[in-house]
Write a protein that binds this ligand. Structure first.
Ligand SMILES: [Zn+2]
Length: 149
C-alpha cells in the first residue's frame, strides 16, 4: 500500500450499491469481483444482473489480483481537464486469472511501447486517493519480462 497520493482525477461518485463491495475491498487492499451464483461465472464491471444469464443472484469473491495485460494504450495527452494525471500514462485492459477484464492503469513500468508487451503477467497494486477511494491498478508481476529486452 502506497502513501496517499495527490487527488489528480475525478473520484467515482456516487458509488452505487452494486459496486460498493468493489470499493470497500479496494480500501482494504483486496480486489473484489462479482460472481453469479446461478451460472458460477465472475464478471466485471459490477452490475445488478449477471451479463451471462441475467440472474440477480450475485455474490462477491476476492480475485487473486493476478492477470495478463490484454491490451494497452499510452496516453500522452488527456483532454479532460478534470484529470491532472501526469502523462504519459498507460491505459490498460487487464484480463484477470478469474476471467473478467477490467480497464485500469499499468503503473511502475516505463510507458514505452518498445518495452510493454501484451500478455505479460501483471498483478494488482492499490493506489489510495482518499480515505474512501482506493484505485486498483496493475504492475508487471514480479519476474515479468517487461523492462527486459
Ligand atoms: Zn449467471
Amino acid at each position: 500500500m502506497s502513501d496517499t497520493i495527490e487527488i489528480d482525477r475525478p473520484l467515482p461518485q456516487p458509488i452505487t450499491p452494486e459496486a460498493r463491495p468493489y470499493w470497500d475491498g479496494a480500501r482494504d487492499g483486496k480486489l473484489m469481483i462479482p460472481r453469479c451464483q446461478a451460472c458460477g461465472r465472475p464478471f466485471m464491471y459490477p452490475r445488478v444482473a449477471c451479463p451471462f444469464c441475467a440472474s440477480r443472484d450475485i455474490a462477491w469473491i476476492q480475485a487473486s489480483g493476478r492477470g495478463r495485460l490484454h491490451s494497452f494504450a499510452i496516453a500522452h495527452q488527456i483532454l479532460n481537464k478534470a484529470f491532472k494525471v501526469k502523462t504519459p500514462v498507460v491505459l490498460a485492459m487487464v484480463e484477470l486469472d478469474e476471467g473478467p477484464r477490467l480497464l485500469t492503469n499499468l503503473v511502475n513500468v516505463a510507458p514505452d511501447p518498445t518495452v510493454l508487451k501484451c500478455d505479460i503477467p501483471v498483478e494488482v497494486v492499490f493506489e489510495k486517493l482518499t480515505d474512501q477511494v482506493t484505485l486498483p491498478m496493475f504492475q508487471p508481476a514480479a519476474g515479468a519480462t517487461a523492462g527486459a529486452r
